[in-house]
Design a protein around this ligand. Structure first.
Ligand SMILES: *Cc1c(COP(=O)(O)O)cnc(C)c1O
Length: 393
């Protein structure tokens, strides 16, 4: 098999393990969030792994993602929450997807779709309330009208209100006062909905950080994205649950060369060798989603040690400092681990996030471009076909 120039390898056994850990830790339904191509891990493959680990519910952001997941064969409970006027609600209805309404206007659109979708089908609608993020969801002053309309539509047989939910702004800062305020606001919304005659089966508020750190916010279900991928939702606060990062990004060194003191490296000559050293050319750059912000600040794993990136990350390539040349200096063709679970001394996506002043979510979601992505299964008990070796993304 030809070694890949630069590739993403996703371990589906890690996804299954993480979902099981989250189910055991929270004791409630875990809605595994697979939006944005499964945070860069592959939506359909992650969905399959999550279902295998017992996830009754999955969630994506857009209706388009939900329909693609159905087209890929997923048949379980599936929630989406981000639409614009005119989206194909009738398709969602026929595909048994739970859509989210933020407003009466959205309910009216769903009602029209419901009328056209044919007899015997009832739309599944979840209501989202804004409890303080000021993003999606009905603002507090609109809750009464939204709930009244939702209940009226339910009585008219237009839909079934299957869920009521909201989303935290600051759950990665567990001591932030907004968390208590939002949870209280959510309880207010639940009481108001109950008074309006709505009794949704699924009440949910927590994302990964709150699911782990805030037991009072678990309600009927938690929505776990980042933790399902094995990454830390609240660095510095999360207890060690043994989550395993599922994504490894690796490349082969294209060229190794010696530098003498005074040689400068890459565009802008932002780094100059102070002493004799060797550099390795890594054939991945911001065209593969390697952040340009990693220039001169992130490290990669080579031969079990972490080695610094020197100079600017380019579109297609960057340079890693391999140290003074000797017999043990890596050669062209040797492997470089950009990030992974850390089992071989390589940095993690969290290390990259800290170096680049961002969050691990952005690191894993943006990586890709020209890299191939392969799904593997390290669990000997379920190791089957070598899933999708080297599939172009
Ligand atoms: C992305 C998202 C999640 C998942 O958040 P994590 O922090 O990755 O667990 C949950 N709910 C909503 C509304 C989201 O947009």
């Amino acid at each position: 098999m030809t070694p890949a120039r630069a590739e993403i390898v996703v371990d589906l056994a890690a996804i299954r393990h993480n979902v099981r850990v989250l189910r055991a830790t929270t004791g409630v339904e875990v809605i595994v969030v697979v939006k944005a191509d499964g945070y860069g891990h592959g939506m359909a493959e992650v969905a399959g792994a999550a279902r295998a680990a017992g996830a009754t519910w999955l969630a994506v952001a857009t209706l388009d993602e939900a329909l693609r997941l159905r087209a890929a064969g997923d048949t379980g409970r599936l929630l989406c929450w981000l639409t614009v006027p005119g989206e194909p609600y009738a398709d969602a209805l026929r595909a048994g997807i739970d859509v989210t309404a933020y407003s009466v206007a959205e309910l009216d659109e769903i009602a029209a779709a419901s009328a056209h979708a044919g007899a015997g089908l009832t739309a599944r609608v979840q209501l989202k309330v804004d409890t303080g993020l000021s993003r999606g969801g009905a603002p507090r002053e609109a809750w009464g009208e939204l709930f009244a309309r939702a209940r009226a539509g339910e009585e008219a047989g237009l839909w079934q209100v299957t869920g009521l939910w909201s989303h935290f702004a600051c759950s990665d800062e567990p001591a932030h006062p907004a968390n208590d305020q939002q949870e209280q606001a959510f309880r207010d919304a639940l009481a108001l909905a109950d008074g309006a005659g709505l009794h949704p089966e699924l009440r949910h508020l927590a994302n990964s950080a709150a699911a782990i750190l805030r037991p009072s916010a678990r309600f009927d279900a938690v929505r776990c994205g980042i933790a399902s991928y094995g990454l830390d939702p609240a660095p510095g606060h999360t207890p060690d649950l043994g989550l395993v990062p599922a994504m490894t990004v690796r490349a082969r060194i294209a060229l190794v060369k010696a530098l003498v003191p005074g040689d400068s490296v890459s565009y802008g000559h932002t780094w100059t060798a102070p002493t004799p050293t060797t550099v390795g050319l890594v054939p991945a750059g911001y065209g593969e989603g390697v952040p340009r912000h990693a220039s001169g600040v992130a490290s990669v794993g080579v031969g079990g040690a972490q080695r610094p990136i020197r100079g600017r990350v380019c579109m297609d390539q960057f340079l890693v400092d391999l140290g003074p040349g000797d017999d043990s200096t890596p050669q062209a063709g040797d492997e470089v681990l950009l990030f992974g679970p850390g089992h071989h001394g390589e940095p993690t996506a969290q290390d990259w996030a800290e170096a680049c002043d961002t969050i691990s979510y952005e690191i894993v979601t943006r990586i890709g471009g020209r890299m191939t992505r392969t799904h593997v299964d390290t669990d000997p008990a379920t190791r089957g076909e070598p899933a999708t070796r080297g599939k172009p993304r």
